[in-house]
Design a protein around this ligand. Structure first.
Ligand code: TTP
Length: 610
């Protein structure tokens, strides 16, 4: 069966994961699903002997977990979520079902049983579609299971006990976690790895395709007979209906509840043929709503929601509202939107940050993008409202690079520096290691701002001395970005203007995210200054998001629009950067990628002048 993008179909639904398992949460959120977490209170005590197969037991347990959550939520609010997902993972060996060990001895018994042998891991999954009508809860259940075979090596007693003493086995079926230390015990795996970790993502997506993606017109084989009216044969639909623990019959009900177009054919057209409705334009609706999602994220950052929850979460909406000095109703809605966007998690104890939010959206921390978010909220948001006139009239010549705009206030400059600092810290390592730069003893980062890239270079190359060269009004604020005090000995900051002042001596010059801010004449002026300062054999490293077909269009398009609305600069292709370096006396030009958004171009200064 062909897998198609399907997670987005759940975007406009309220989805609840009825599980306390952090692994399930991680697998589903990494797949892009937006959901709330409400752990089930169903006691896993079904009579195993009553089930014909181990997986029938796992499926029933998964279903009961999900139904318990659906009915509890329905009772509480008289409104159940749209979809509740439940899962149960078991390990089976020799007809025995192993769940989570009760204590260390139990874990030892389980692991000894698995020692040196193959066993099966089953996960049963239930996807429950809910509908609350007239105070009644109506549910449609789709269920399936996945099996994976795992073989343990021959393990010594010492190893088993060392593993048990690590504490890892206690909350895991069969007493091991294949994704962590338990991976050491495993000789091979046959089947879906994520199924062992607690959630069979691939099978789940296929089920969603069955539920939400009716076959397209092209998939429909029209069979016409002279005397019999034309009929449609849905090959994919019949394939789906033949699937294991059957979603087929409940499908119509599912779409009925969720307001989606029915999966099956609609009424006959004038020729007696049966027409499919056009595909529901979910992606388009997401695109239309996209600006609201950005603004919700910006607002939550500005209000420091993620800082409050990082320090004190989980918290109820009322407590967050009190801490933010904001309305309870407004805060509650913003928090729910953040849950739907995958930035927060909601459990019985309240709202908490996802790992993503704690890492990138709280204002402190090495990976914080808080400054970049603030810059987009306060600056980019405003200038982008001018997109229409920029498109009509072409790029505005007015604004230069923000840090170099003399009319810029101190606050604006600091905001820009914070944005650049966060973004550069995020990518500095990838840039520093895109090429082996160990042949250089000194480097000068022109327009190097807070020194985030320079510090990474100094860390990566122990003999490299790095100079950061930037405007005096930038350098004056650098210390506030390094609260720990002293800069590394091999790092220095020199104030100056790379268009006017002598460039510091260095074997390697770096222009990171600089050239796109300038029009062609200024780029040539700058490169010829660099070329004059650079000695033969020295290098020039250019870091940019190049316009290039190799990269997914999405990553480079916002940059192209940036140039249109705010600056006199422009984005260039890799071929243009190569050619620019060549025109200014740099040879052996090589290109590498730093992550999925940045390109790094390295050229070596030839001995003859260009
Ligand atoms: C075999 C194996 C299991 N597990 C985990 C997955 C599940 O979280 C757990 C099996 O217990 P489950 O009862 O399936 O799930 P749970 O108790 O963690 O969460 P809930 O009941 O609220 O949904 O074992 C691993 O993380 N790694 C492994 O290698």
């Amino acid at each position: 069966m062909v897998l198609s993008p399907v997670i987005g179909k759940l975007l406009h639904k309220r989805v609840v994961l009825a599980s306390a398992s952090p692994r399930r949460r991680e697998i589903l959120s990494q797949a892009g699903l937006r959901f709330e977490v409400v752990p089930s209170r169903f006691k896993e005590k079904l009579d195993k002997a009553a089930f014909a197969t181990p997986y029938a037991y796992a499926i029933e347990t998964a279903k009961q977990k999900a139904l318990e959550v659906a009915s509890r939520m329905h009772q509480k609010d008289l409104r159940a979520p749209d979809v509740v997902i439940g899962a149960d993972t078991i390990v089976t060996i020799g007809g025995l079902i192993l769940e989570k060990p009760a204590d260390k001895q139990d874990a030892y018994r389980m692991l000894s049983r698995l020692n040196g042998k193959e066993h099966s891991v089953f996960t049963g999954v239930a996807i429950i579609h809910c509908c609350s009508e007239d105070g009644q809860l109506d549910t449609d259940v789709c269920e399936f299971h996945e099996e994976t075979t795992v073989k343990f090596s021959e393990l010594s007693e010492d190893l088993l006990w060392e593993y048990i003493d690590s504490g890892e086995p206690m909350d895991k079926a069969g007493g091991y976690g294949i994704q962590a230390l338990g991976g050491m015990l495993v000789e091979y795996v046959r089947g879906d790895f994520l199924n062992v970790v607690g959630f069979p993502l691939n099978h789940f997506c296929k089920k969603l395709v069955e539920l939400y993606c009716p076959p397209h017109r092209e998939d429909v084989q029209r069979v016409k007979h002279d005397s019999i009216p034309a009929v449609d044969t849905f090959e994919i639909a019949s394939e789906a209906a033949q699937g294991d623990e059957g979603c087929g019959p409940s499908r119509a009900g599912v779409h009925g509840h969720t307001g989606q177009a029915p999966a099956g054919p609609q009424g006959p057209d004038t020729n007696g043929l049966v027409e499919n409705p056009p595909p529901f334009p979910s992606d388009l609706l997401d695109l239309i709503d996209g600006f609201k999602a950005s603004k919700a994220l910006f607002t939550a950052c500005k209000l420091k929601v993620f800082d409050v929850l990082k320090e004190e979460g989980p918290l109820k909406a009322v407590d967050v509202a009190r801490k933010l000095n904001a309305s309870v109703c407004g805060t509650g809605r913003l928090l729910d939107v953040c849950v739907a966007l995958g930035l927060l998690e909601k459990t019985d104890t309240g709202y908490g940050n996802t790992q993503l939010a704690s890492r990138h959206l709280a204002s402190e921390g090495a990976c914080s993008l808080h400054g970049f978010v603030a810059y987009n909220d306060e600056h980019a948001w405003t200038v982008f409202t001018d997109l229409e006139s920029a498109v009509r009239q072409g790029p505005r010549a007015a604004a230069g690079r923000p840090a170099e705009d003399p009319s810029q206030s101190r606050d604006q400059r600091l905001r820009f520096m914070r944005a650049m600092h966060g973004l550069t810290q995020l990518t500095a390592r990838q840039v520093a290691t895109a090429f082996d730069l160990s042949r250089f003893a000194s480097a000068c980062d022109l327009g190097g701002c807070t020194g985030a890239l320079a510090r990474e270079l100094a860390r990566e190359y122990p003999r490299l001395k790095v100079t950061v060269f930037d405007l005096p009004e930038v350098i004056e604020h650098v210390s506030s970005f390094h609260p720990e005090g002293r800069q590394p000995e091999r790092l220095r900051f020199v104030p100056g203007d790379f268009f006017k002042d002598d460039l510091p001596d260095a074997q390697l010059y770096i222009l990171s995210r600089i050239l796109h801010d300038w029009a062609d004449d200024r780029v040539h002026e700058l490169l010829s200054r660099v070329s004059r300062s650079c000695k033969p054999g020295g290098g020039l490293l250019v870091v940019e998001t190049a316009l290039d077909e190799r990269r997914a269009a999405r990553a480079s398009l916002p940059a192209a629009l940036n140039a249109l609305v705010r600056a006199q600069g422009r984005e260039r292709s890799l071929a243009e950067y190569r050619s620019l370096l060549g025109q200014h006396g740099f040879r052996d030009v090589q290109v590498a990628q730093a992550g999925d958004r940045l390109d790094v171009v390295l050229g070596t200064r030839a001995s003859s002048a260009p």
